[in-house]
Design a protein around this ligand. Structure first.
Ligand SMILES: C[S@@+](CC[C@H](N)C(=O)[O-])C[C@H]1O[C@@H](n2cnc3c(N)ncnc32)[C@H](O)[C@@H]1O
Length: 229
């Protein structure tokens, strides 16, 4: 797809560099994700043998591979060739044949209109806000009518005045509970594009979704929404 010269280049890395092999090799240890929790989430979202699922910003493929164990087909999409190579190796180890890997981003993946569910975790914040809004319209176009998005990302739930306290308590939690350093988290806040939760909610609704669920714990927001047919 050819885009005009003003279109955002979403293949570039912003903030933490997920094309750095060291960053990718250590990602699972630092992130401490759980395949069992991803599986429970997917089952709760109704994924079954008929479902066509995409994971955008799939990273090392933990959730995408769990999805492929229970769905008909999975598109594992990421801008990072290094992440995709790690995800491909995970799928090969498990012996999954119904998962396709695509080097693309929210603004470049093929919006095919045939997906039942798009999941995106900890990835949307790589786009500036205007382009997040465009990403939601592209996700809508990629879904069947009535298809759903599940979005989980770092988003601040308070007012701008509350930001210093929210960021400092997140840094404290991340350095205690995960393998990230203060500098990693500071880099996220300074250079990536996490925004306020109400901004994400507004973008989802403006793109033509009905909000089904929205929850917030600490700085982590989740949104489940259905494309209005
Ligand atoms: C923090 S990781 C999250 C990976 C995985 N979803 C997880 O929950 O562990 C962010 C991922 O988003 C990818 N990413 C960055 N910009 C992106 C974009 N514009 N479109 C899609 N993925 C992007 C990165 O390459 C990286 O793999």
């Amino acid at each position: 797809m050819t885009q005009p010269d003003w279109w955002y280049d979403d293949l570039k890395q912003v903030g933490l560099d997920f094309e750095d092999p060291a960053e990718v090799q250590t990602y699972d240890d630092r992130q401490r994700g759980s395949a069992a929790a991803d599986r429970m989430l997917l089952l709760r979202l109704g994924v079954n043998r008929q479902a066509a699922v995409a994971d955008i910003g799939c990273g090392t493929g933990l959730l995408a591979c769990e999805a492929a164990r229970i769905a008909r087909s999975v598109r594992a999409i990421d801008v990072s060739a290094q992440m995709l190579s790690r995800a491909r190796a995970r799928a090969a180890d498990i012996g999954l044949a119904n998962i396709a890997f695509e080097r693309a981003g929210f603004l470049t993946f093929a919006a095919s209109g045939d997906l039942d569910l798009i999941v995106t975790k900890a990835a949307l914040h790589h786009l500036p806000d205007m382009w997040k809004a465009v990403a939601f319209t592209r996700m809508r176009d990629a879904l069947k009518p009535g298809g759903r998005i599940y979005v989980r990302d770092v988003a601040f739930s308070g007012r701008p005045d509350d930001l210093p306290l929210a960021v400092e308590s997140w840094i404290g939690w991340m350095t205690r509970e995960t393998g990230y350093t203060r500098e990693d988290v500071a880099c996220h806040v300074r250079e990536e594009h996490s925004t306020f939760a109400w901004v994400i909610t507004r973008m989802i609704e403006d793109a033509g979704f009905r909000l089904l669920e929205h929850t917030h714990e600490g700085v982590y927001g989740t949104w489940l929404a259905e494309a209005i047919a």
